[in-house]
Design a protein around this ligand. Structure first.
Ligand code: ADP
Length: 478
């Protein structure tokens, strides 16, 4: 049995791509015949009512931060996959998952040490012993180290393997050394080849050091993170583990992201009949208060965290030019206060042409995907990226940078088989020029149609990725 440990899982919780992946990969593995369970924190913000939660166990002993501390365990049946929820309200019953506008929660390290230890405590109680603990990002990356130590002292764990998937290397969970001493890991883990990073306790590095296999979410990102440009200080450790590092591309949950049947849309459409897309565009213009003339002009969408990683500053740099070109612009997301304020001010300056929604709703996210013509994604780095894949499926052609998963998923115009547009030098002029090329092609309906149809027919479903994970698990189970 694969026990998938994650700090978020759609539709119960989600702050980004990890939530999407956790919501579909276990289902795809189950389709391959794998027995899978998921374990995740019980946040105050759990928002699915479709899958009710049932109390399974009270007072599961966790023993952190002091010996008598326990967690309650709930379970939901998520389309045949049990999802276990670790309940400890003082840690997880909060307004946000990890951070507020004032920064990250002061006790994040403690919260996820607690969660990681609860995972191992709970796994010990399960009827079916896991063969693999599949951990994700820094929040659960201490688990491989706990497992490594438990294997030495408890035969129960002897044949259990660990996989760590890195969804974003920039978030590492780095804290003061004091928290290491409280984590319960043994002294031998405190070394340059283990948990220590220049005198600090680095949770992600601990996972990279101790996991039996390390994966990341695209082949290109797997190569990039071994370089100082993209490695965020982990390149040395990753290079040391190179034989055990692999890139497996994320897929798309087409049961949620497909314009043929998307329940959030006013109209449906397919690669062979795009009349519904025009209705979606009309609906988007009305919802966001854009002028109806943009029904016959390109509308550009941006959905995502408004952060440095996503290159949203580059979009701001070229906005005057885009506005000048009489393009419609729609933004959805949240992030840096400064960016949010600049965009809000611009939307007041250009009403009817530029609309901004600060925050995030699934509904609007789907409506922008369907109602726009072009999707902007100038990421500085991109482990995989899902939104460009949604753009492809919705016939909203992506204009992207050429890094990580973007490199692996978008074939740039005018190459044969092109599905989108790419710029190589991370400079506003290059980005603007590429947007101009996209707008020029948009003005040529035949040319646009050919690329759009090809983009919509791309298949990034989870089947292939799940097979690769399955093979990886097998290599550890043999
Ligand atoms: P990342 O994980 O780096 O944010 P991805 O492209 O891999 O980017 O995944 C983005 C997913 O998260 C998409 O489903 C997108 O709609 C969603 N998303 C974007 N911004 C937010 C947000 N503020 N809150 C929740 N989900 C978001």
């Amino acid at each position: 049995m694969i026990l998938f440990t994650t700090s978020e899982i759609y539709p119960f919780s989600k702050s980004g791509g990890l939530g999407d992946v956790a919501g579909i990969l276990p289902l795809a593995l189950r389709e391959l015949g794998r027995e899978v369970a998921v374990i995740t924190p019980l946040y105050g913000r759990i928002y699915s009512t479709t899958y009710p939660l049932r109390l399974l166990m009270e007072n599961c002993p966790v023993g952190y931060p002091w010996p008598e501390v326990t967690a309650d365990i709930y379970v939901a049946d998520y389309q045949g996959v049990p999802v276990y929820f670790v309940d400890r309200p003082e840690y997880f019953d909060r307004g946000e998952y990890y951070c507020t506008y004032h920064g990250e929660y002061f006790d994040n390290c403690e919260r996820f040490i607690f969660f990681s230890r609860a995972v191992l405590a709970w796994a010990r109680w399960l009827d079916h012993k896991p063969t693999i603990l599949h951990c994700n990002d820094w929040h659960t990356s201490l688990i491989p180290a706990y497992l490594f130590e438990a294997r030495q002292s408890d035969p129960f764990w002897g044949d259990v393997g660990s996989v760590l998937t890195i969804h974003n290397l920039a978030f590492q969970g780095q804290y003061s050394a004091r928290l290491f001493w409280e984590s319960g890991l043994s002294l031998s883990a405190w070394s340059m080849d283990g948990a220590e990073y220049y005198g600090s306790f680095n949770m992600l590095k601990t996972g990279i050091a101790y996991a039996d296999k390390v994966t990341t979410v695209s082949p290109s990102y797997a190569r990039e993170i071994m370089t100082s440009e993209f490695g965020y200080g982990m390149e040395g450790m990753l290079a040391k583990r190179a034989r055990d590092v692999q890139g497996i591309l994320n897929g798309v949950d087409y049961s949620i992201w497909d314009p043929r049947a998307d329940p959030f849309l006013k109209a449906h459409y397919s690669p062979y009949d795009l009349s519904g897309k025009r209705l979606c565009k009309k609906d988007l213009l009305e919802t966001m208060g854009l002028h109806s003339r943009f029904l016959s002009r390109p509308v550009l969408g941006f959905i995502g965290r408004m952060r440095w990683q996503k290159g949203v500053d580059l979009v701001l740099d070229i906005l005057p030019e885009l506005l000048e070109m009489d393009l419609g612009l729609v933004f959805l997301g949240e992030g840096d206060l400064e960016t949010e304020t600049s965009l809000t001010n611009l939307s007041e300056q250009y009403p009817g042409q530029l609309a901004v929604e600060i925050g995030y709703t699934e509904e609007l996210s789907h409506q922008i995907m369907a109602g726009s013509d072009i999707f902007l994604m100038p990421s500085r780095y991109e482990p995989c990226g899902l939104t460009q894949l949604y753009g492809l499926r919705y016939g909203t052609l992506p204009v992207t940078s050429d890094v990580g998963g973007l490199r692996d998923t978008v074939t740039p115009w005018p190459e044969p088989g092109c599905t989108g547009f790419k710029f190589r030098r991370f400079e506003p002029e290059d980005f603007a020029e590429t947007v101009r090329a996209a707008v020029d092609l948009w003005a040529d309906p035949k040319g646009w149609e050919a690329v759009r149809q090809r983009a919509m027919l791309q298949d990034f479903s989870w089947r292939q990725s799940a097979r690769e994970y399955d093979n990886l698990y097998r290599s550890l189970e043999e």
